[in-house]
Design a protein around this ligand. Sequence first.
Ligand code: FES
Length: 222
Amino acid sequence: MDADQKAQLDRRRFLKLATAVPAVAAVAALASPLLRMLKPNVGRFQLLAPIAEDTPRGDPIVAANLSEVAKPWDFKYFVFTQRYPQYTPEGFKAANMPGVVIRLPYKIRLPLGWARVIGKEPKVTESDIIVYSRICPHLGCIYNYVPNYKEITAGYGGYAPPPQRQHALMGCPCHLSIYDPADRDVPGRVLSGPAPRPPRTFLFELQGQNIVVTDVEPGGIA
Ligand code: FES
């Protein structure tokens, strides 16, 4: 091969490359929106970025110490920072979720069926401690833990609990939904008002004297 032929070959190679690169780029640019349609995420070409359906998560926190909820009906409010995978430049949106730790007078089976659905194995399944989200499942107000049931009757629409429920209850000031935190069959049972379901619960574990919450039942208002 003489020098002329070699130069021609190099030029041909260069021209091939020069046309191939834009062609590949054009295919990638066309494929990107299609792939994002299949898995919508926060940025172009980020196929492994979180999507709206990904499980919300938060860092475990100490919600209470056992000594703070030592007696039946003791309670402690706390705030859990929930991180939702959503359409933000950071990929996660943080939201503060208020919760309440309650010491019940007896042990109940905790309503944690949801945990296995998101791949978590509850460490505590039966306990006289229960941890609820304080987001009202009706329309999302923050409900209150009311230690004296008479305050429920006086301040939450006149609901008068029957004798077996005359203990601490939970009441929402917005539309007056009332919940029983200690119902053995349906913990958080709706006793009155428009709420369609009990409040969501937290997964927790005991680390020494600390009650550590790790996850909250996914889902928004009903
Ligand atoms: S938001 Fe709580 S009862 Fe409506």
